[in-house]
Design a protein around this ligand. Structure first.
Ligand SMILES: *Cc1c(COP(=O)(O)O)cnc(C)c1O
Length: 230
């Protein structure tokens, strides 16, 4: 089942790239494996997937210990400051930074381990549902502050769009995040790249790719529905 799912997702990514006149290699597929057992991650790994997304620190570090070390781990969920120390040297990218206080902790923990932490700034473009993420007009001032931290590299922006029946309803959200990244790029802030746009999930990743996503976070489309009651 996982193999067929992966083939289907891959096919749709390629078609969306084609519609948008983009190269397939501009888009990274992150397999969102939260709640799923290590055996399923291994199966997806064996099909060639190397980027996995988790939203809980404990679950990420457990899986990190059990799976091959060429996996790129992505922290995509809300991150508490007291847990930064467990993942700062294990993850390739933290997608969910939405405060200077969190960035300060990441800076401290990265400095201790002498690593550079790659992060995205989480933007709540839709300004609904989610408690997390910055408002659009808060993003630039925060990036200017965080850019001064020597052990942090801002690589781009992330957003979580609301669940909608018709993914077209989220197109304007993705377009807004893309536009914001262009506005920030034009400021040429030292130490800041906005090349990464992490947007699009199972329900709307094709629209996100058409609007410029460079990372799509697909869980259900690869692993099937999650069951939180077990
Ligand atoms: C769970 C999750 C996803 C994947 O959602 P699906 O709809 O299952 O693809 C993507 N991004 C974030 C931040 C998530 O928490």
């Amino acid at each position: 089942m996982l193999v067929e799912n992966l083939l289907e997702v891959e096919k749709r990514i390629q078609e969306a790239c084609k519609r948008a006149n983009r190269n397939r290699d501009e888009v990274t597929l992150i397999a969102v494996s939260k709640t799923k057992p290590v055996s399923m991650l291994q199966e997806v790994y064996d099909e060639g997937i190397r980027c996995f997304g988790e939203n809980k620190v404990q679950e990420l570090t457990d899986k990190y210990d059990q799976l091959p070390n060429d996996i790129e781990w992505h922290m995509i969920g809300h991150l508490q400051r007291n847990k930064v120390k467990y993942i700062v040297d294990k993850v390739a990218l933290i997608h969910s930074v939405d405060s200077v206080r969190l960035a300060e902790t990441i800076e401290q923990e990265a400095a201790k381990r002498d690593v550079i932490a790659n992060i995205l700034i989480e933007v709540n473009v839709a300004e609904e549902d989610s408690k997390f993420g910055l408002k659009v007009d808060e993003v630039l001032p925060m990036i200017e502050e965080i850019s001064k931290f020597p052990h942090i590299r801002i690589q781009g922006l992330m957003t979580i769009a609301p669940y909608v029946e018709n993914p077209e309803e989220n197109r304007s959200i993705f377009a807004s995040l893309q536009k914001l990244s262009v506005d920030i790029a034009e400021k040429n802030i030292d130490n800041v790249s906005v090349k990464v746009l992490s947007m699009g999930m199972t329900n709307d990743y094709e629209v996100a790719i058409e609007e410029g996503a460079t990372m799509v976070r697909v869980g259900t489309g690869i692993f099937g529905e999650r069951n939180y009651n077990v």
